[in-house]
Design a protein around this ligand. Structure first.
Ligand code: FRU
Length: 540
């Protein structure tokens, strides 16, 4: 089926076929980036979870390798689940992962590469003393999973790591200490707990610099450092985070803004994005974030197309010095190597209620930078107007018009606009009486296929004095990753066009506001395929 095969991505990481979920144990070793991932070798639906393995020199061009681990021991026979790598000072790699046992108990296991001198890390061995951790008293046997990368503790040779769980409806991050990764001690205090959030999956915990623009090794601590805690909430399938301070000696993390849902209220991505994980890249001194982009159609549709899920384009993560409240996520710079030649550069004045076609060779694989200037008088009008609440998810999508919004970009649309995905800003008056900008992606008309989720995603985004409204979009057939204001707010869209495919896909800019014209400045690059293929092992 030509339509279904068109939906496969050209430069996102995805296996050749079948099901994938979480990114696992990302690391850099001897010139290669390694990505492991939750994989079902037998079907496009979750099950038989195995660790897939791929390598890349640049985080963009990947080569598939043989599986790293398969479910073949009593302690992981029901699945080799999510885990993380810790690289010791002597270069040893400790891979801790969750195993689902023959009795469906969640335990933690240790694995390591047999041969560290192999840049491809082809062979993995499971520690003979596995499991190294079982659920502690008071913790449900199905509520204990996804160990993080460890960081060095206050004592010499001591490591600390966290594992997500819940008690009742309170999501928690348990902390363990170890010196050898085979025996562990549970600390009395949790790293953080948030009532009402349910099971925390795939916890991530790492430092960010408040001064510099480089990323920090997971064990880095000291002045000018804040710590990010991220939990993937099983109940709403979204990745929540907060920035805070971490006192290593007391092992206590305190969110900067405890009022915001007990300090876990921001989301890494307001769209279809889950179970993310960062790693420190020593080659480029940056922290890199991976995330799983799942499907929003039916299982039967996934079986029909023979695959499910992709990984996001890896993103660098930095602390946003300007707001002090948000992280900045941005596609790794290597994605720019896929840009085919010079961009199309255009400036368009968009009158209220207008839409304009932008001519591109192919609208399926694009990197778009767009900034918008709104009329100052209209902005003042917003502030003087009566308070009107706005929220991306409940305020009617891109078809519903206000004084200063929506305006933005329409991707993967057909000529008649019967299928379209608008990504846009909407400025309204906030509760504090000031202008508040929202960044939204509207999936309600993305697809005419049956059984596809039709939501409007988004959130507010800080736009500081003197800043234009700016967005960056990575369009890859059926995936759109959208970044507002340098990555303060991010939305990933999973879309299933039926008409806006092949040569019929179009790109537009639009302004559906009633009260102001908007000047759009856009730069559009065509992106080449990343050409992901199997590693030619016979050539080694
Ligand atoms: C998150 C998750 C993890 C688990 C893995 C199983 O998506 O449910 O908690 O380890 O996937 O595949």
């Amino acid at each position: 089926n030509a339509m279904l095969s068109w939906q496969r991505t050209a430069y996102h990481f995805q296996p050749q076929k079948n099901w994938m979920n979480d990114p696992n144990g990302p690391l850099y070793h001897k010139g290669w980036y390694h990505l492991f991932y939750q994989y079902n070798p037998d079907s496009a639906i979750w099950g038989n979870i195995t660790w897939g393995h791929a390598v890349s020199k640049d985080l963009i061009h990947w080569l598939y390798l043989p599986f790293a681990m398969v479910p073949d021991q009593w302690y992981d026979i029901n699945g080799v689940w999510t885990g993380s790598a810790t690289i010791l000072p002597d270069g040893q790699i400790m891979m801790l992962y969750t195993g689902d046992t023959d009795d469906y108990v969640q335990v933690q296991n240790l694995a390591y590469p047999t041969n560290l001198s192999d840049p491809l890390l082809l062979d993995w061995v499971k520690y003979k003393g596995n499991p190294v951790l079982v659920p502690p008293p008071g913790i449900g046997v199905k509520d204990f999973r996804d160990p993080t990368t460890a960081w060095t503790g206050p004592q010499n040779g001591q490591w600390l790591l966290t594992i997500g769980s819940k008690i009742g409806k309170t999501g928690i991050a348990l902390v363990y200490e170890t010196s050898n990764f085979t025996s562990f001690k549970l600390l009395d205090e949790v790293l953080h707990a948030v009532p009402g959030t349910g099971m925390w999956e795939c916890v991530d915990f790492y430092p960010v610099s408040t001064e510099k623009t480089n990323g920090l090794d997971t064990s880095y601590n000291g002045p000018g450092v804040k710590h990010v805690l991220k939990a993937s909430l099983d109940d709403n399938k979204q990745d929540h985070y907060a920035i805070g301070t971490y006192d290593l000696t007391k092992n206590k993390w305190t969110p900067d803004n405890p009022e915001l849902d007990c300090g876990i209220g921001l989301k890494l991505d307001y769209g279809k994005y889950y179970a993310s994980k960062t790693f420190y890249d020593p080659k480029k001194q940056r922290r890199v974030l991976w995330g799983w982009i799942g499907e929003t159609d039916s299982e039967s549709a996934d079986l029909q197309k023979g695959w499910a899920s992709v990984q996001s384009i890896p993103r660098t993560v930095l602390y946003d010095k300007k707001t002090g409240t948000h992280l900045l996520q941005w596609p790794v710079e290597e994605i720019e190597s896929l840009r085919a030649g010079d961009p199309i550069v255009k400036q368009v004045n968009l009158q209220p209620g207008s839409i304009e076609l932008l001519h591109v060779d192919s609208a399926a694989e694009l990197d778009i930078e767009a900034s918008f200037e709104v009329d100052k008088v209209a902005l003042q009008g917003i502030i003087e107007a009566d308070h009107v609440g706005f929220s991306c998810s409940t305020s009617g999508g891109a078809a519903s018009r206000g004084i200063l919004g929506p305006f933005g970009v329409v991707v993967i649309a057909d000529q008649t606009l019967s299928e379209l995905t608008p990504v846009y800003f909407y400025i309204s008056k906030g509760a504090d009486g000031r202008a508040e900008t929202h960044f939204c992606a509207d999936q309600t008309r993305s697809s005419e296929a049956p059984g596809v989720a039709k939501q409007v995603y988004g959130s507010s985004v800080p736009v500081l004095d003197g800043e234009k409204h700016s967005m960056r979009l990575l369009v890859d057939h059926s995936i759109v990753e959208s970044f507002a204001q340098g990555g303060r707010t991010v939305i990933t869209s999973r879309i299933y066009p039926t008409k806006a495919v092949n040569g019929a896909a179009r790109l537009f800019v639009f302004n559906n506001a009633t009260g102001s014209s908007v000047t759009a400045s856009v730069k559009i690059w065509s992106l080449e395929s990343a050409n992901i293929q199997s590693f030619p092992l016979q050539d080694l």
